[in-house]
Design a protein around this ligand. Structure first.
Ligand code: ATP
Length: 382
């Protein structure tokens, strides 16, 4: 699968071609194709068990694909062992040497390579500066906080100047506040060094906030590759729409280009290119639904839940049995009858997929929906 914005990028550094992998007869990766560009911050994102770490381990050379090829800078590296690949890895468990101080932990890799002490001193200084650890040289790593230890692990991995850094849930053990700080730090370090980062996480917010490119995976397959904005605004299927942010996902059909029918109503939208009456999934983000009076609404429903979220209210609105999630800045009373108004560009139309019908609301789709949600509009099915 190619990135849809690859023209704007530097050249391809790593290519995965038709990679498949099974463990104990169970297929874990299925035909993975991925291009990773030089200096790119790429995140593999998906739920636990979808194959992210296995993909990372194949890139690192810790795992061999059953089928397919891995290329680095144009050369096939399937048989190249990890230590001969121009990459380094940071794991969630950072495995520092507890008896060594920060300086010696960071210098370790260079000493193994028998680099001269003068040069080591200079490079360690540079790395400690980069990772915000200046002044911590003599601290034993066991006395550092989790965030500081993770910085040491990153400094240690970067000091050999790898072309690529693989990061497997490196912030997983940190608390939320520290995670946020470290996300910013990692992004800054990545752009300052120009090293390609391949990052694994199941945290969608982390992926969206740090990455140039997000690779969404599920069930051993790549579902979508794109910029964070692409992935959020134009999810390709119900899985991506559900996994990234909150979504209302409805069954619908395309009556014609820019005419979608769902929830018993025909809506103007901006998508086209579907067959006449083709069944589709419709995605509408909670923040894209306007709350209006019943008379002005395209749909009408009853508020069944209101939760104050700080700068907005999250309300659940029952429209003919389908429960919509809506974010609004106006307070709406529980049990109020309200109208919903949806602009054409808030309606995202997706082809049906194996994930259709698995997500949507908190209840099942109701056959009575057409009648209940829109009793006045006797719109003929075309
Ligand atoms: P997580 O976020 O939980 O680490 P993941 O998306 O990184 O998930 P992987 O670690 O790639 O997923 O694992 C995918 C599946 O492959 C899991 O079911 C896991 O148990 C299995 N698996 C991974 N490595 C091995 C192995 N060496 N032997 C057997 N099964 C394995």
């Amino acid at each position: 699968m190619k990135n849809n914005h690859s023209e704007a990028k530097s050249r391809t550094l790593i290519e995965l071609r038709s990679i498949s992998k099974s463990f104990d007869g169970e297929q874990i990766l299925c035909n993975i194709d991925l291009d990773i560009h030089d200096k790119e911050f790429v995140t593999l994102l998906g739920p636990s068990g979808c194959g992210k770490t296995t993909t990372l381990r194949i890139i690192g050379g810790f795992e061999t694909p059953d089928e397919g090829d891995v290329f680095f800078d144009g050369a096939r590296i399937n048989d190249v062992p990890p230590y001969r690949r121009a990459l380094n890895t940071v794991f969630q468990k950072y495995a520092l040497f507890p008896h060594l101080n920060v300086y010696d932990n960071v210098a370790f890799g260079l000493r193994v390579q028998k680099v001269k002490e003068d040069e080591i001193r200079e490079r360690v200084r540079e790395m400690l500066e980069m990772t915000g650890l200046r002044g911590f040289e003599n601290r034993k790593s066991a006395t550092l906080s989790g965030g500081q230890q993770q910085r040491v692990a990153i400094a240690r991995a970067l000091i050999n100047k790898p072309r690529v850094l693989l990061l497997d849930e490196p912030l997983g053990a940190l608390d939320l506040k520290l995670r946020k700080d470290m996300q910013n730090e990692l992004k800054r370090i990545q752009s300052a060094t120009g090293i390609t980062f391949i990052y694994v996480t199941h945290d969608q917010e982390e992926a969206l906030s740090m990455s140039d490119t997000v690779v969404v995976m599920a069930d051993g397959k790549i579902q979508q590759i794109g910029t964070p904005t692409d992935i959020y605004n134009e999810p390709v299927n119900a899985f991506v729409a559900d996994f990234i942010g909150e979504s209302n996902i409805l069954d619908g059909s395309m009556l014609a280009d820019c005419k979608a029918r769902f929830a018993g109503h025909t809506f103007d939208c901006v998508d086209g290119g579907f067959a006449k009456n083709e069944p589709v999934d419709i995605v509408i983000r909670p923040e894209d639904v306007d709350v209006v009076s019943v008379e002005k609404g395209m749909l009408a429903g009853t508020v069944s839940g209101v939760t104050f979220k700080g700068d907005y209210y999250e309300i659940i609105v029952d429209v003919g049995g389908f429960k919509w999630m809506i974010e609004t800045s106006d307070f709406v009373a529980p049990d109020a009858k309200i109208g919903l108004y949806i602009e054409p560009d808030a309606i995202h139309v997706m082809k049906k997929s194996e994930y259709s019908g698995k997500f949507g609301d908190y209840s099942t789709f109701s056959d009575e929906m057409d009648y209940l949600s829109d009793p006045d509009a006797e719109v003929e099915e075309e």
